[in-house]
Design a binder for this molecule. Structure first.
Ligand code: NDP
Length: 250
């Protein structure tokens, strides 16, 4: 993969929608053309929204690569496709949500959340870290959440995955500092993306065997409507988070 000199190479995970898509477009359209963006997504068939939003930047300051953060092989292949495996800034954005009473959620579904939100980040950091340490430069950014700092009812597993990631990253940040590699975490509150829609679709299919009636009632009649209200009232836009991310890496 070729790109012009002088630009920082930024690799972003999960760019098919939402925050990742917007960060990719914002950086690719940087007025000073400071970034060469490698926007990744697990299914390149979903690229149209990003390509359209990137406009002229596509093929110039923005390129695409396939990447599934849950697969060792995909992560390795992706980083090997980057010229000299040289990445200046890694933005770990890919993530999945999970909502509902714990009794209604299978261990397999819980593992999928950890596989993406925790091990997905660990896999990426392990892959780029040796080169960054060798060059004694680099910046790793992780999209955590306010739920990485504070437990929230019915978000038990998602919260746990973000807490785990926060713990890992806080420890790593100290180790990386002496190699002049920075690690930053961004902790947004609610953001209007497909994230919420996907979770609500899963909730619509949810079954409640063995869950006590009070918990089901509280979840469906109190928690869900109030969480939708909170999203409506407080939700930020992906553009807000993209601007914040740009400030963090500048
Ligand atoms: P979206 O659902 O819009 O985007 C999530 C992205 O992650 C998609 O591109 C999705 O790809 C990708 N993804 C999921 N699994 C994988 C995988 N295994 N490998 C590669 N990519 C994957 O949600 P957001 O943009 O809102 O979420 C982005 C990040 O922001 C997440 O880490 C989330 O936890 C965090 N966040 C979101 C908040 C919100 O309210 N929206 C609040 C706080 C933090 P695909 O299309 O293939 O599914």
């Amino acid at each position: 993969m070729g790109y012009g000199g002088g630009q920082k190479v930024v690799l972003i995970t999960g760019c098919s929608s939402g925050i990742g898509l917007r960060i990719a477009v914002t950086l690719a359209k940087d007025e000073k053309k400071r970034y060469h963006v490698i926007a990744t997504m697990r299914d390149l068939k979903k690229k149209d929204k990003l390509v359209e939003a990137a406009g002229d930047a596509y093929g110039k300051t923005l390129m695409l690569l396939p990447l599934d953060v849950c697969s060792d092989e995909s992560v390795e292949q992706c980083i090997n496709s980057v010229k000299d495996r040289h990445i200046d800034i890694l933005i770990n954005n890919a993530g999945v949500g999970l909502l509902g009473p714990v009794e209604s959620i299978s261990i397999e579904e819980m593992k999928r959340v950890f596989e993406t939100n925790f091990f997905g980040v660990v896999r990426m950091i392990k892959e780029v870290m040796p080169d960054m340490k060798k060059r004694r430069s680099g910046h790793i950014v992780v999209m955590s959440s306010v739920m990485g700092l504070q437990g929230v009812v019915f978000n038990d597993v998602y919260t746990a995955s973000k807490f785990a990631m926060e713990g890992f990253c806080e420890s790593m940040a100290v180790q990386l500092l002496k190699f002049n590699v920075r690690l930053s975490m961004i902790e947004p509150g609610p953001v209007h993306t497909e994230f919420e829609t996907k979770m609500m679709e899963d909730v619509a299919k949810m079954e409640y065997p063995g869950v006590d009636a009070d918990t089901v009632r509280y979840f469906k009649d109190v928690y869900l409507p109030s969480s939708i209200d909170i999203f409506e009232a407080m939700g930020q836009t992906p553009e807000d988070i993209a601007k914040c991310t740009k400030k963090v890496i500048e």
